[in-house]
Design a protein around this ligand. Sequence first.
Ligand code: UD1
Length: 418
Amino acid sequence: MMDKLAITGGNRLSGSVRMSGGKNAALPILCASLLTADTLHLTNLPRLNDISTTLTLLGHVGVRISLDEQDSVSLSAACLDRLEAPYDLVKTMRASILVLGPLLARAGEARVSLPGGCAIGSRPVDLHIKGLQAMGAEITIEHGYILARATRLQGARIFMDTVTVTGTENLMMAAALADGTTILENAAREPEIVDLAECLIAMGADIQGHGSDTIIIRGREKLHGAEYRIMPDRIESGTYLVAAAMTGGDITLTDARPDTLDAVIEKLREAGAKISCTSDSISLSMTRRPASVNLRTAPYPAFPTDMQAQFMALNSIALGVGKVTETIFENRFMHVQELQRLGARIEIDGNMAIVYGQESLQAATVMATDLRASASLVLAGLVADGETVIDRIYHLDRGYERLEEKFNQLGAKVRRIR
Ligand code: UD1
């Protein structure tokens, strides 16, 4: 039940590996199937626990799902029987909130559990709720559930005072079926927003400005079925690139999207990596010990919070001192204690971590706390002397497809202990 990962450090990564479809692109796109009675056919779907959770949730609502052997899925939301996201599913995956907008827009009603406490900070959903209220929804909170109703949502101008990724996605999906035009201001610009918008457009939605901070959605009476290929996972790509940089490796990622990784590639170059890209591949080679980098997380196109922990691992063995500032989530330094168990020297000062690069790390038993924190422990394990054992890797299985297979293909020694 509780799998562990054992990693023998000291192997240089080399070779080539294919990137999977993006988890954070797939989650909202799967939920977009709720917006039409026709069939939505998706390819490049990654096989991950968060994806299974979303499919279970959509199945609960009444979506008919057929998954093939490969990486595609057909979803048909012809009839919806339960307009709700129950607590048991939402508590395992916050992104379940993404059914709220689509259900309300299509069926006029939704009952979604509040996400509850999350390991990486309080992560409220107030902006999702305010945006839907601005579109005319009546929303109450009862017994830990968001109850939303609207005969037909109305287009509105919505300003979000914080940039929120799933908030922007929820409102964009709701607006696609609203009456009139919605303008989302201070919208998130993440590539996953663009991917969702492109899928909605393929389904007949009228959307402009996605990828900028102002998105204009002209509501349609109905959307129709479509076929859509999910974009590659940019955080998976970034994680493998950092792994190669830390091990003095030489790797090529295929089926990747370098245009979505500018901030990450920039920092890796600053650390001393040689990187070259084609439109869908990224090659990295590193011939010396990485140099420490300073970084600050912020909404796209700035440095992603989902790569912060991995760069902390890189800084742990780099030459020099690196300052890492987290501005998106409070309490997103849980990996620091575990990295310290492996010999990293890190001091925390508020939302900044100061990392003093060490010559080497030493293997130990450590515990995964959230998805990207776990990834940083894998990276540290790849360079530590001896065998690092990572406990509670269900976090990794939420977001990295065939992790040990992919690392082993590149020459690492990673073993799953069941
Ligand atoms: C998404 C990503 C996650 C990533 C994060 C930031 C998915 C499924 N998850 O999460 O991997 O780490 O973006 O890039 O795509 N906030 C509010 N009110 C709200 C909503 C958010 O104050 O109603 C705040 C949050 O507390 C946080 C900030 O906004 O401080 C950004 O959070 P948000 O972009 O919403 O994160 P998610 O969409 O949950």
